[in-house]
Write a protein that binds this ligand. Structure first.
Ligand code: ZN
Length: 138
């Protein structure tokens, strides 16, 4: 069995951002030389997500608006922020959107369903944060 590991660092301009990372993941699958296997992609921070959905900007705004209704940004109202942090909302947003995705690798390519793309969701940005890509297989 072969394996290939890559860490990507992202530093968003805004506090909240959704970024398409599909091309970066595809590049690592190509570099790995793995034809049949699995590709794991996960956020390495507890205030950011990796998820799969449609590459449609309206939907991305809908995600951010919906998350803001569920867990609005506020310094007050979160027990977590009593520790001196201000990102209680970001931990909750991350949990809703998920930590990681696993995509099958078939014939050397990510085996997506129709319209599926991989996104990084940042909920407490403006500082460097890492994403892990791990591909295993033959
Ligand atoms: Zn925190």
């Amino acid at each position: 069995m072969k394996s290939h590991t890559k860490y990507i660092t992202i530093n968003t301009k805004k506090r909240y951002e959704i970024i398409n990372i599909t091309d970066a993941v595809e590049e690592e699958v190509k570099k790995s030389g793995i034809k049949e296997g699995l590709c794991l992609v996960n956020a390495m921070h507890i205030t950011a997500s990796v998820f799969i959905n449609d590459n449609e900007s309206g939907l991305h705004k809908d995600f951010l608006n919906w998350l803001e209704k569920l867990a609005p940004y506020s310094k007050e109202g979160y027990n977590h922020n009593l520790t001196g942090e201000d990102n209680g909302d970001a931990h909750l947003k991350r949990t809703v959107m998920g930590r990681e995705v696993v995509v099958a690798v078939t014939g050397g390519k990510l085996d997506f369903g129709p319209w599926e793309q991989i996104f990084y969701g940042e909920f407490d940005g403006q500082r460097p944060k890492r994403i892990l890509i791990k591909i295993i297989g033959e």
